[in-house]
Design a protein around this ligand. Structure first.
Ligand SMILES: Cc1cc2nc3c(=O)[nH]c(=O)nc-3n(C[C@H](O)[C@H](O)[C@H](O)COP(=O)(O)OP(=O)(O)OC[C@H]3O[C@@H](n4cnc5c(N)ncnc54)[C@H](O)[C@@H]3O)c2cc1C
Length: 351
């Protein structure tokens, strides 16, 4: 089971309440508990939230340019250690190391990869040598392929539901919205719906109106591809992620307008066409999901204080699984240890 809070520290060292139980709220709650702090999570599940539709991939390489994603060298080991410890604590299997195979659409992209492999910053995330042939029946790769060995997949839906049940059983979770009028200041912190804590941390994802936050819509398909057996994530224009039982996730789209519109025919057709270019087998759509990524203008997380006893954990964008563990630790160090926020993630940059 998850980490036990230290009861001797209650109530003065109580971290929560937290509002929002997506990746940000869940990872923050677990990190707080692992430090011996107790929490209380309030969540009102709203249509368009990001985490219930997140594909859960962790890929430390930006696939358009073959450069590492932001601070990948620091983020990846922390993320991997966090989710492994989570699975150990809860007895689950949500974290799946799973190499990503990039199928090159052209010879120029193959050449770009070959140059990046020799660069010291990208090299740690790219396989030095790949077999010339991609030996997966039904996946043509005339221009070759490259592998990102340290990619992974987190089963976000299982991850969230396991923690929700656990916190519920402890009386530390309520399906309830936190509105501004629900927040009362106390001598030592805040009270929300009768729960007191030192900090109310807003983990409300794309529903926040924090300066600098940009909502970016994404859609994915769940498909059945009879006969296709994959042990890796495939990518060419879209990713194809094996879920087991013959099912695959295909994604994702990026859209900056009409973000709350829900699933669209246009996105379904776009994803299906790309999937068919990658996999030359019949593809049957069994599901379609849409959600809104909480992205910041400069693609960095948004962390920091929003009041005397209120803080924000947001801006996880398209890489929430990779970034959340580092961000949670960094924010708690700031809130409880008084250590300064890294200016790159400090929300004050948009003030
Ligand atoms: C289609 C798609 C695919 C994606 N794929 C990946 C991927 O492969 N890998 C990856 O790392 N990331 C992926 N992401 C991004 C990832 O989903 C986000 O980075 C992450 O889920 C953001 O988490 P969050 O907790 O900040 O926001 P959310 O998941 O939106 O969570 C916020 C929660 O707070 C609740 N809430 C809001 N306001 C209140 C309130 N006032 N009171 C109480 N509760 C409230 C919301 O309803 C919600 O439950 C994807 C996103 C999309 C849309």
């Amino acid at each position: 089971m998850g980490h036990q809070p230290d009861p001797t520290k209650f109530p003065y060292e109580q971290t929560g309440p937290f509002s929002g139980h997506g990746l940000a709220g869940a990872v923050l709650a677990e990190t707080a508990r692992s430090r011996g702090l107790s929490v209380h999570v309030f969540d009102a599940k709203k249509p368009g939230n990001a985490s219930t539709v997140a594909a859960g991939m962790v890929n430390p390489l930006v696939l358009r340019r073959f450069v590492p994603s932001w601070r990948a060298e620091e983020m990846l080991p922390q993320a991997s250690a966090f989710y492994k410890a989570w699975d150990k604590g809860y007895g689950t299997r949500t974290w799946h190391p799973m190499p990503l195979v990039k199928v090159f659409p052209s010879s120029s992209e193959a050449a770009l990869w070959a140059r990046a492999v020799d660069k010291p910053e990208s090299a740690p995330f790219m396989a030095k040598t790949d077999p010339a042939e991609l030996a997966i029946p039904g996946i043509p790769a005339p221009h070759g392929h490259g592998t990102v060995p340290s990619a992974a997949w987190l089963d976000v839906q299982q991850f969230l539901s396991v923690q929700r049940e656990y916190l519920m059983a402890e009386g530390a979770f309520n399906d309830r919205e936190v509105r501004p009028a629900d927040v009362e200041e106390t001598e030592a912190g805040v009270r929300v719906h009768g729960r007191e804590g030192r900090w109310l941390v807003h983990c409300s994802g794309p529903f926040s109106s924090a300066p600098g936050l940009v909502p970016v819509k994404g859609e994915t398909l769940t498909v059945r591809i009879p006969g296709l057996e994959l042990s890796n994530i495939l990518h060419r224009g879209v990713f194809v992620l094996p879920l087991g039982d013959g099912l695959f996730r295909v994604g994702s789209t990026f859209k900056w307008t009409e973000v709350w519109q829900g699933p669209t025919e246009e996105a379904r057709n776009w994803l299906l066409t790309r999937a068919q270019e990658l996999v030359q087998r019949p593809v049957e759509v069994v599901g379609q999901d849409a959600g809104v990524r909480p992205t910041s203008r400069d693609r960095r997380p948004l962390l920091g204080l929003t009041g005397a006893h209120e803080a924000l954990f947001n801006g996880l964008g398209a890489r929430g699984v990779l970034l959340a563990p580092w961000c949670a630790g960094h924010l708690l160090d700031h809130l409880f240890g008084g250590s300064p926020l890294d200016p790159e993630v400090d929300l004050k940059r948009f003030a």
